[in-house]
Design a protein. Structure first.
Length: 383
């Protein structure tokens, strides 16, 4: 059989082209497209492929959003929450995936500068982190897009902070709380885009309120703070002409007998309800729902297809997306480098895989300064 030299030549040229088409030569647009579909674990693997791929991750990813744009929080584009915490010895931020028991370390240079020890995590929502430096300087940072938004300094250091809405929305508002001897003495608010914080003093109207060691929660435009004795501080703003007035009210009944038994308390919102997750000495966990009508806490035995992720800085409720995670509460607590959760059905502490099972959390390690954060694919909606 005769084969023309022309066909052989074409095949040789195609083979040469294939040999010359190296992975390291992919164009930036294609690399950005790949990055937009990666979770954090795959993102870190992406960085290790070659120098050109690593270089593609060093630049802020493009976004068409401005501070005047609003992009809703599309939960379908987010992964299950990661526990994020900072290790001062290494200077790395760690992201722990409790369902896969994998921890990824990531250096975030814009956050560190030369003052590694002063960076503190305050809150996380909509894929954004709220961080502080020196207790009076605060800023937003998006780990996915590497965008940083500086906020004006506060006049007083804040103990707790949270925010409503995405920092890419003009409706975003930041709330900060300062307490003295656990009594809340100052609530600061900042409308994103303004140059100064507004300060409000609850004690000026005679209401002394002792807050718990957990972050406040935003629900339906109101800020709720959990009290040590089970009551709630409720804060909201109203407008009167050009003047903005603050409102502060203490609601709920004192239940010191029950709440003083709790070691740790966490406040979160789930399906429009205020939820308190609390631990007792030894590790037993209680879940309570606030009855808005009767102003009392009622015990819950089932999370109705939800998973709770709790920490002192950020606690969230999410619909179960991974098999086996329903009716479970994930804590910032570890055994043998594996994240722990509490199962309401078995009333025991476990991890994935089942290498730990106990009614108590003795011989385990807890992390205090951490947040649960949902990271979207590494570009795309900056919500």
């Amino acid at each position: 059989m005769m084969i023309s030299s022309n066909r052989i030549s074409n095949k040789d040229e195609e083979a040469d082209d294939d040999k010359q088409r190296e992975w390291s030569d992919l164009c930036e647009d294609l690399l950005s497209s790949i990055l937009s579909r990666l979770a954090i674990g795959d993102y870190l693997t992406f960085k290790s492929v070659c120098k050109s791929w690593k270089a593609a991750t060093l630049h802020p990813l493009p976004s068409s959003l401005s501070l005047l744009d609003h992009c809703p929080h599309d939960k379908d584009s987010y992964h299950d929450p990661y526990l994020m915490y900072f290790t001062s010895k290494t200077g790395f931020f760690n992201f722990h995936d409790p369902t896969r028991n994998a921890t990824y370390s990531l250096s975030i240079p814009p956050l560190l500068d030369d003052e590694i020890g002063e960076v503190e995590l305050f809150y996380a929502s909509h894929g954004w982190l709220l961080l502080g430096k020196g207790r009076e300087s605060y800023f937003f940072y998006n780990p996915s897009t590497k965008v940083k938004i500086d906020l004006p300094d506060t006049l007083e250091p804040l103990e707790w902070a949270c925010f409503s809405g995405s920092p890419t929305s003009a409706c975003c508002k930041v709330y900060g709380i300062y307490s003295c001897h656990t009594s809340i003495t100052l609530i600061a608010t900042l409308q994103l885009g303004e140059t100064r914080w507004s300060m409000y003093y609850p004690e000026s109207v005679g209401d002394i309120f002792f807050g718990s060691n957990c972050s406040p929660v935003v629900r339906n435009g109101f800020i709720y703070v959990l009290g040590e004795s089970g009551n709630l501080g409720k804060f909201w703003l109203t407008s009167k002409g050009l003047e903005e007035l603050y409102n502060w009210k203490i609601i709920g009944k004192h239940n010191q007998k029950q709440f003083l038994k709790f070691q740790d308390r966490f406040l979160l919102e789930s399906d429009g309800n205020l939820i308190c997750v609390a631990t007792l000495e030894g590790g037993e966990v209680r879940v309570l729902r606030f009855d808005d009508y009767n102003k009392i806490w009622r015990k819950l035995e089932n999370l109705n297809g939800k998973s709770f992720y709790v920490s002192h800085r950020t606690s969230i409720s999410r619909k179960t997306t991974v098999s086996g995670t329903g009716n479970k509460i994930f804590f910032p607590r570890f055994y043998d480098a594996k994240g722990l959760f509490y199962c309401l059905a078995s009333k025991k502490w476990h991890n994935f895989p089942e290498s730990f099972s106990s009614e108590n959390y003795y011989n385990t390690r807890g992390i205090v300064h951490c947040v649960w954060t949902e990271l979207p694919h590494l570009s795309g909606c900056v919500a």
